[in-house]
Design a protein around this ligand. Structure first.
Ligand code: NAI
Ligand code: MG
Length: 357
């Protein structure tokens, strides 16, 4: 089978790590003896494209993406273009344009990676953060230049949007995900004591949906307490579902606990399969280390593993993830996780380990 993949490396280290991911995908296709192959189209969208064309993506760009089986994405954002312009112009344009409403972000403690957690059983800890990816605090509703109090000083309005439909589908998705796990538990995170409309609606939908899943344990937390829980009792976490902004923040916390932003993977899914899903590392374009060949490629390569799984290549997805674990286990680490290997060394080791596992 031939899979058509749209490749959007984007900016900064995005370009470097996506190239590494493609090396791994090519290797897997080559070894599959014709079982599957990948056909890539590369799109040059990002901040350089913006500086040339005045937009982050071509006018028909989002529509073009519908022709693909999946999208493989690097990162977006670079000094010289305001971050809200680059993020909204490219990544959010695609996620929202293609209704990729579920963002999956696993947290896992890879062997051999110095972690910032002292839990005695950290080796066996892992949880999944499920991020609402279509509305919430990133609804884009609002505006500037209001003179709200007649004081001649600007007032900006930034509105969160919580729809019953949006809450219900992501919460249901979290419960379905929990049913695939050994421990069946969903933790819902809001701030409904302070955000008394949207997040109270979320809580009510959560309680209603949870009654349909009596086999799944639940709990509900406020986001500030959950940040502490990530650090103090991570063994209590299994499937954590939260709004767009809260899950964004918690996922950076999760990846930092497990060693570095550079190792965290993610999938932006349209679970109904109406549109292609997009796979990308959690980290950004890391301008501070871009162009040096030292970025950690694991987040992006592990995202390719999520992509393989999504495309129905479950065995290959698992083999790739195991090859990543074998690589870190042998101490082949980039600088962000305490090693002194370069980007390409890590990819090479992962490919080598793929032939073994
Ligand atoms: P960042 O994730 O790019 O970097 C944060 C820190 O983590 C930096 O010290 C960086 O060197 C390190 N880091 C990130 N990825 C790494 C990797 N693969 N290997 C080793 N170290 C790594 O976040 P920051 O600095 O806040 O944002 C930089 C730019 O990226 C901004 O323009 C921002 O808007 C954009 N951004 C884009 C995202 C996306 O495309 N999904 C997500 C987050 C930020
Ligand atoms: Mg983030």
């Amino acid at each position: 089978k031939k899979f058509k993949i749209a490749v959007i490396p984007g900016d900064g280290v995005g370009k470097e790590v996506v190239a590494e991911g493609i090396k791994v995908l090519d290797h897997l296709a080559q070894e599959s003896n014709g079982k599957f192959e990948f056909e890539y189209d590369h799109y040059p969208w990002g901040c350089e494209y913006y500086l040339e064309h005045g937009k982050m993506i071509s006018d028909d760009g989002v529509e073009k993406m519908r022709d693909y089986d999946a999208i493989y994405f690097g990162a977006v954002g670079f000094p010289g273009v305001p971050d809200h312009v680059s993020l909204w112009g490219l990544r959010l344009a695609i996620c929202q344009g293609l209704d990729q409403w579920a963002n999956i972000r696993p947290v896992e403690f890879l062997p051999g990676v110095p972690r910032r957690i002292t839990h005695p059983d950290a080796d066996n800890l892992n949880w999944i953060l499920i991020r609402e990816n279509s509305e919430g605090e990133y609804s884009g509703i609002g505006g500037r230049n209001f003179d709200g109090r007649g004081e001649g000083k600007e007032v900006a309005v930034q509105t969160s949007l919580f729809t019953e439909k949006g809450c219900e589908r992501i919460i249901r998705f979290a419960f379905e995900t929990a049913r695939t796990r050994k421990r069946k538990k969903v933790t819902s995170v809001t701030k409904s004591n302070a955000q008394q409309y949207g997040m109270v609606l979320w809580d009510e939908v959560f309680e209603r949906v949870s009654r349909e899943y009596p086999d799944v344990e639940t709990d509900q937390w406020l986001v500030d307490a959950m940040a502490a829980q990530f650090v103090m009792h991570p063994e209590e976490l299994e499937v954590v579902v939260a709004s767009n902004l809260f899950a964004d923040i918690l996922s950076d916390l999760g990846s930092a606990l497990s060693g570095s932003l550079g190792i965290a993977s993610s999938a932006n899914l349209n679970p109904e399969g109406r549109t292609p899903s997009m796979f990308e590392s959690v980290h950004g374009s890391a301008p501070d280390i871009a162009g040096k060949g030292i970025a950690n490629p694991i987040g992006t390569i592990d995202s390719a593993s999520l992509m393989l799984d999504h495309l129905g290549l479950e065995e290959e997805a698992k083999a790739l993830h195991e090859a990543i674990r074998a690589t870190t286990g042998k101490g082949i680490l980039t600088r962000d996780i305490g090693g002194n290997y370069d980007t390409e060394d890590v990819t090479g080791a992962i490919i080598e380990n793929l032939s073994v596992v």
